[in-house]
Design a protein around this ligand. Structure first.
Ligand SMILES: *Cc1c(COP(=O)(O)O)cnc(C)c1O
Length: 385
């Protein structure tokens, strides 16, 4: 089945990325979308999103270079990482990046020194309950601190233009955005005439995995639209968002192979040729439980412990999650991880235990005449002339 491709590998379908981008455009009309590059920095993904008119949220010089190589305009680049080196800021300035996110006084001072006049937005710490992968206090200022940071930025000669947040990745509660918009609006109200004119809605839009229902992006978008409308009488910022996972997850299927099946202390252990260190980093703490498929094996299933191939004790994907695989599963069988286009290939180690990073095989968008704006691939509705 994977004879022509090395196992494991990630199959990535660009038409699905394009469809996800266009869906998000439709449900968040008028909201600039800055793709969070770290979710999947594959050059073909970036080139496709450049062609679609996307902007980009980046966090490092490496991501900056990837965006520029893909043809992104510097005006469409936003440096969203509040943790920056002097060399990062200088590289960004040299490339023409003018928009930065900040959340600490020393970082505001760094920006004021290195990129005078730059547009800065302050990241608020907002509740990330409901997120599968919460930031847990790593980023963000309180409302009091945000007011002070924006004042500090303005006093330092920066364009203190923005307020924003990130509600935590794989956020399953649409109300998280509503509460965060309310918090941003409170900060704006306190700044009066200097209220920020941009609102960064961050990322966090969830995708479908195993282990519980997920709202679709429409439900999150509706919560955002309602929250913005509720404040519109007093504050009408220009909103933008930074989706990562939601644009690429569904486009990826990670194909791996069973290496060993063994009984240990009354449990069935299935060892694959992919694990925590070849891209499945989000199985840490069993935060993300992927939907699995075993093509060609559709018999009765039973519970398993699913483990990776390396000699590391942490390289176990699922011990507690209710993962069931066919009872006749055997070495050489293919196991597919669905919804694996985000936060996989870029997380793979360069060679732990001698295993190579996860390769990506890209399925390009088919360019055909009479393509509809909604669908990738072939247009079934327009008759041929
Ligand atoms: C990672 C990240 C994102 C994307 O988050 P998703 O949950 O993948 O949508 C957006 N903004 C910032 C600042 C990030 O660090």
């Amino acid at each position: 089945m994977t004879a022509d491709r090395p196992s494991p590998h990630l199959d990535l379908d660009l038409a699905t990325v394009r469809r996800a981008y266009r869906t998000m455009r439709n449900v968040l009309p008028g909201i600039e979308l800055c793709y969070a590059v770290k979710a999947n920095p594959h050059p073909d993904v970036l080139a496709l999103l450049v062609a679609e008119g996307a902007s980009f949220d980046l966090a490092s010089v490496g991501e900056l270079d990837l965006c520029l190589l893909a043809g992104a305009r510097p005006a469409g680049l936003s440096w969203g990482n509040p943790v920056k080196k002097v060399t990062d800021v200088r590289a960004a300035r040299a490339a023409g990046v003018t928009r930065f996110t900040t959340d600490a006084p020393a970082d505001v001072d760094l920006l004021a020194r290195e990129v005078p006049g730059a547009t800065v937005g302050v990241r608020l710490a907002v509740g990330d309950d409901g997120s599968a992968t919460p930031f847990a206090g790593k980023f963000g200022a309180s409302e009091d601190e945000a007011v002070a940071l924006l004042e500090r930025a303005r006093a330092g000669g920066l364009d203190a233009a923005g307020i924003g947040f990130h509600v935590g990745s794989q956020q399953r509660d649409p109300r998280a955005w509503a509460r965060a918009v309310d918090a941003a609006a409170r900060v704006a109200a306190r700044l009066g005439a200097h209220a920020p004119r941009e609102l960064n809605l961050g990322g966090g839009f969830p995708t479908t995995h195993a282990g519980g229902p997920t709202p679709d992006v429409d439900a999150c978008a509706a919560a955002i639209r309602h929250a913005l409308a509720a404040h519109a009488a007093h504050w009408r910022p220009r909103p933008f968002a930074e989706p990562g996972r939601a644009l690429v997850a569904d486009a990826g299927v990670l194909r791996a192979e069973v290496v060993l099946v063994a009984q240990r202390a009354g449990r069935r252990w299935v060892y694959l040729d992919v694990g925590r260190y070849q891209g499945l980093a989000e199985t840490e703490g069993e935060m993300i439980v992927y939907r699995l498929r075993t093509p060609g094996r559709d018999g009765e299933t039973g519970p398993v412990v699913l483990a990776g191939p390396t000699c590391d004790g942490d390289d176990v994907l699922y011990r507690d999650a209710d993962v069931r695989l066919p009872l006749d599963l055997a070495p050489g069988d293919v196991v597919e991880f669905l919804g694996a286009g985000a936060y996989t290939s870029s997380y793979a180690s360069v060679g732990f235990n001698g295993l190579p990073p996860l390769p990506t095989h890209v399925r390009q968008v088919q360019h055909v005449p009479h393509e509809t704006p909604e669908e990738g691939g072939i247009d079934h509705h327009t008759p041929q002339h």
